[in-house]
Design a protein around this ligand. Structure first.
Ligand code: UTP
Length: 287
């Protein structure tokens, strides 16, 4: 089982960020000096992914431009001898082979992933949600791929959450298999602490076998008319085992305004070029 392809769903409205996302994609909001989606693309590329399909919709052209060549800009940077910036601009374009697929109606994450069926072409593949930035010793997607290759099965990344987190995420019923590996015996969407099976939440990285597409097709839309990937994974589980992998590292959920702010601050404090000045600034703020 070799995983070479990844899908990055980026077609949603980003309503939690309005008004910032009225005329620009959420995935292009900048964390430090890079748009959110570039973190996922770099993680995929660093995990051996060669082809990336980005699921887009109306108003998302900035994503296509970001990963495309820009010959005028490159020429300009060359003439001004700004070689560092030139190298960075060129590097982004070469991170992977990019494919863009349009989701015409935003019918949920499951539906967005279904749009990539032809691109995936019957192989196992990774899914990365650009809201999450992972800061890990081994790229998070690489950790998942290693587990998926070992178990020859779908593997979803897990993170531990507190009681509040059980209201925000899907929670699994875990059956321990090995260090950090659990068989997923059941799952429940946003149960709250009373109904949660565990503190293990499903977060934004997955490796799926191609059978997930049939499961998505068989999934009923939820009360909002959206096809949820969690419901499709529940169906997939009835056909074949699905595993969860408790990743090693730190995750920043940048999918809402406060998470975005926390993620930006945490990452700035880890960046050698910003850390000292920023830390001094925070220390001086009158809290
Ligand atoms: P989110 O729920 O985080 O994104 O979906 P959203 O719907 O854009 O944002 P809110 O909740 O309204 O603030 C996770 C990922 O799935 C994509 C989103 O673009 C995001 O990257 N997505 C979601 C789709 O591609 N299509 C959809 O129909 C829904």
């Amino acid at each position: 089982m070799k995983i070479r392809k990844a899908v990055i769903p980026a077609a949603g409205y980003g309503t939690r960020f309005l008004p910032a996302t009225k005329a620009q994609p959420k995935e292009m909001l900048t964390v430090l000096d890079k748009p959110l989606i570039q973190y996922s693309v770099e993680e995929a590329a660093g995990s051996g992914i060669e082809h990336i399909a980005v699921i887009v919709s109306r108003g998302k052209d900035a994503i296509l431009d970001h990963f495309d060549r820009n010959p005028e800009l490159e020429q300009f940077l060359k003439e001004k001898q700004k070689f560092e910036q030139l190298h960075e601009v060129e590097r982004i374009t070469g991170l992977a082979e990019f494919h863009y697929i349009r989701q015409k109606e935003m019918l949920g994450l499951g539906h967005a992933i279904l749009m990539a069926e032809e691109f995936v072409g019957g192989e196992p593949f990774a899914v990365l949600l650009p809201d999450d930035i992972f800061d890990c010793p081994v790229p998070c997607t690489q950790q998942l791929i290693t587990a998926a290759e070992q178990y020859e099965a779908s593997v979803i990344v897990l993170g531990r959450v507190d009681a509040e987190g059980t209201k925000k995420y899907g929670i699994i019923k875990p059956h321990p298999i090995a260090d950090r590996v659990f068989r997923v015996d059941d799952m429940i969407e946003k149960p709250g602490p009373e109904r949660a099976f565990s503190d293990l939440a499903i977060i934004g990285r997955y490796v799926f076998t191609p059978e997930i597409f049939q499961a998505i097709r068989d999934t009923e839309p939820d009360h909002r008319g959206e096809i949820q990937i969690t419901d499709a994974i529940k169906l997939l589980r009835q056909e074949q085992p699905v595993y969860g992998y408790l990743f090693e590292g730190t995750r920043h959920d940048c999918g809402d305004k406060i998470g975005f702010l926390k993620g930006s601050v945490s990452l700035a404090l880890k960046r050698p070029d910003y850390a000292a000045e920023f830390r001094a600034f925070l220390r001086d703020i009158d809290l």
